[in-house]
Design a protein around this ligand. Structure first.
Ligand code: ACO
Length: 324
């Protein structure tokens, strides 16, 4: 059985960290204590003018290729999960494809907001398993700071910018849960919840971008419920118990969401990869950034079983089991 195995990874965080106190100094009516206590966030990265989502994605992709030791010309497909494309069109993926010099390999964006990376990973895995691609770059990249209304302290303190990339490669597996690579993935959406987390504008409605709008408490409640239930279902379907999971790698929205979800699944906090404190919520970039950091600092090791889970605007949500 063909499996999609991670052979390279890379990340990019723009510029210097912006602390909660820096936000106060910039005029946001908040405090380090409030943000840290409600969200766990201590700092985030904010891209300077001129740095775009494709810049961050390109940097992360280059590092993933270097880690794998393969040229961009050997990659069959490139997918960018993003909510903050450089332009309405062409896609950010085609810009990155061009920057990498990938000749005619297909490239496209996936828009599922904070679940974007799990969606993109699942799509890449499908292409690999059905034999249509051997190597796929899957990138989550955001300049989410560009969507924020800096006068809305309810939302502007939560998000940050960054990119993370994984290079997936086809490998022969036994068809068991002991294989390396993507073992399963599950995607969901519920469009009746559009209004709880959205931008107020767009090309087809208002012809401008609008700003981010969120009903925080409702989003919190649904995020815990949906991420936990999809993760539990993924484990049940795979016949894996929570204690067999080496690392839970959740979308990094808020420390309290991460803790509550892990508790419902039955995974102790010491087995949860947590980066929200120094990245903030980087939407589609948050899972690959967390994976890269944990792989680089030696927490995640080859052969370990990871459970990824995410939930975002739409609502969209999903999970994936991945043996590193
Ligand atoms: N600094 C100081 N005070 C603030 C701030 C701030 N940045 N933001 C809000 N407040 C105030 C409010 O005005 C309110 O004051 P009031 O009582 O005088 O009206 C008070 O703090 C409490 O506000 P609540 O909204 O009740 O605070 P809550 O405990 O619900 O926490 C939060 C808000 C952190 C947004 C929470 O609802 C949450 O985490 N929701 C999930 C949202 C999330 O993570 N979204 C990310 C996108 S979705 C995803 O990635 C899954």
């Amino acid at each position: 059985m063909i499996r999609s195995v991670v052979v390279g990874w890379g990340a990019e965080l723009p510029g210097n960290p912006v602390t909660n106190d820096d936000l106060v100094a910039r005029g946001v009516e908040t405090s380090d204590a409030w943000i840290a206590q409600r969200t766990g966030i201590r700092q985030r990265y904010i891209a300077d003018a001129g740095i775009t989502t494709s810049t961050l994605a390109f940097m992360a992709a280059q590092r993933a290729l270097a880690k794998a030791g393969v040229p961009a010309s050997s990659v069959d497909m490139l997918i960018v999960a993003t909510t903050t494309p450089d332009q309405t069109f062409p896609s950010t993926a085609t810009r990155v494809q061009g920057l990498l010099g990938m000749d005619t390999a297909p490239a496209f964006d996936v828009q599922a907001v904070c679940s974007g990376f799990v969606y993109a990973l699942s799509i890449a895995d499908s292409f690999i398993r059905c034999g249509q691609a051997r190597r796929v770059l899957v990138i989550g990249a955001e300049t989410f700071s560009r969507l924020l209304d800096w006068s809305d302290r309810n939302t502007c303190v939560l998000f940050g910018d960054g990119a993370g990339a994984l290079l997936l490669e086809a490998a022969e597996g036994e068809g068991t849960m002991a294989d390396r690579g993507v073992l399963s993935s599950r995607l969901y959406a519920d469009g009746s919840k559009n209004e709880l987390l959205c931008m107020t504008g767009g090309p087809s409605s208002t012809q401008d971008m609008g700003h981010l709008q969120m009903t925080g408490r409702e989003v919190f409640r649904w995020a815990v419920q949906r991420m936990a239930e999809s993760a539990i279902l993924a484990l049940e379907e795979a016949g894996i118990s929570p204690d067999q999971v080496d690392w839970l790698v959740p979308h990094q929205a808020n420390i309290r969401i991460l803790q509550s979800t892990a508790e419902r699944i039955g995974i102790p906090e010491e087995k949860v990869i947590i980066t929200v404190e120094h990245h903030g919520n980087t939407s589609a970039a948050s899972i690959p950034l967390a994976l890269c950091e944990a792989a680089e600092n030696g927490k995640i090791k080859a052969g370990q079983l990871l459970l990824l889970e995410a939930m975002g605007g739409g609502f969209t949500w999903g999970s994936a089991l991945l043996r590193w």
